[in-house]
Design a protein around this ligand. Structure first.
Ligand code: DOR
Ligand code: ZN
Length: 366
């Protein structure tokens, strides 16, 4: 057995997929991301969704205004694709570095996706434009056909939609987001091994830690419900192998998706796990289990920027091997600016790993 290091200095990581929300929830959860990550790809599934350059700029300003003083963090904005988004608007936003990528939600696949794309044929001019300007397409990869079992929706998406899409648009750069299955891990790995560096995948902490039993442990556990839903143990294992493989086609994306308690604890609970506060520590646990701590930096801090063609961060974070007790809920969110509403305590989101002891801590006094 190799000796476990007592501390690990890593190039500061980025989160290549996060939901920062808006208003009181944004103010509550943003410090959890900015504490660890230098940059984040911010999902556009607000209500209403972010479909214009103006809306993305305004959202970016609200994020920056919500940052605690003295913390540097760069939100990287995305456009929400709809059936009728104008390719010129997308290209303008990309040229101005406002949109870093565009997000494809198949209509009704997940939270706030009703305005998403009803059929890929409706956006072929948008995809042609993105291919031409080399703008990454971020995909929530699940079929929405109600006849398809919810556990099979991701694997079927690859066959029904992703493979044909890549044949129609071979130069398009794609991130298959928050992969949850062995089929996705194999598909991405094989593409990379065949010399294709135009597709990559993000992997969340929760899909590395949980299998589907977690949702039914002693009762119905909405805190472990997210989309795509967590799968069987063999899929979790495949994701762990992919994340810790060192291959540049796999990188960090937390898909941290906070919801108010009333949204989770409901007869129709929302999908989403809020994991950003301890995400890096959570990934470290998995990499340590696999004896792959030496590959954590690539996964967390290098493969993502390389895919997005952005510079690597120069500053560092230090993980120390020190137990930390994870609180059940977010600590008190910052107080709101005068005249604005705060998030009532009853609505504070529950933390992933809440109540557990994690063996790694970030050394920064925050
Ligand atoms: O679990 C999820 N929550 N998956 C998604 O795709 C959306 C996200 C959200 O916005 O809550
Ligand atoms: Zn997401």
């Amino acid at each position: 057995m190799a000796e476990v290091p007592t501390s690990l200095v890593l190039r500061r990581p980025d989160d290549w997929h996060v939901h920062l929300r808006d208003g009181a929830m944004l103010r509550a959860v943003l410090p959890a991301t900015a504490r660890t990550f230098a940059r984040a790809i911010v999902m556009p599934n607000l209500r209403p969704p972010v479909t214009s350059v103006d809306a993305a700029e305004a959202y970016r300003s609200r994020i920056l205004e919500s940052l605690p003083e003295g913390i540097s963090f760069e939100p990287l904005m995305t456009a929400y694709l709809t059936d009728d988004l104008d390719p010129d608007e997308l290209a303008r936003g990309f040229a101005q570095d406002v949109f870093r990528a565009a997000k494809l939600y198949p209509a009704n696949a997940t939270t706030n996706s009703a305005a998403g794309v009803s059929d890929l044929s409706r956006i072929s001019s948008v995809l042609t434009c993105m291919e031409a300007i080399d703008m990454p397409l971020l995909i929530h990869g699940e079929v929405t056909d109600p006849d398809v079992d919810v556990f099979d929706r991701e694997a079927l998406f690859i066959e029904r939609h992703l493979k044909p899409l890549r044949q129609r648009h071979p130069r398009l750069r794609i991130v298959l987001e928050h992969i949850t299955t062995e089929e996705s891990a194999i598909y991405i790995r094989e593409a990379y091994q065949s010399g294709d560096d135009r597709i990559a995948a993000t992997i969340t902490p929760h899909h590395l830690h949980l299998n589907r039993n977690a949702m039914f442990m002693g009762g119905l556990r909405s805190d472990f419900y997210c989309l795509p839903v967590v799968k069987r143990e063999c899929h979790r294992r495949a994701l762990v192998n992919a994340a810790t493989s060192g291959l540049p086609c796999f990188f960090l994306g937390t898909d941290s998706a906070p919801h108010p308690r009333s949204g989770k604890e409901s007869s129709c609970g929302c999908a989403g796990i809020f994991n950003s506060l301890h995400a890096l520590e959570s990934y470290a646990v998995i990499f340590e289990q696999e004896n792959a701590l030496g590959r954590l930096e690539g996964f967390a801090s290098e493969h993502g920027p390389n895919f997005y063609r952005l510079p690597l961060n120069e500053d560092t974070v230090t993980l120390v091997r020190r137990d930390q007790q994870v609180p059940l809920k977010l600590r008190e969110p910052p107080s709101p600016p005068t005249g604005e509403e705060s998030l009532p305590e009853t609505e504070w989101p529950v933390l992933f790993h809440g109540g557990e002891i994690l063996p790694w801590s970030i050394e920064c006094g925050c």
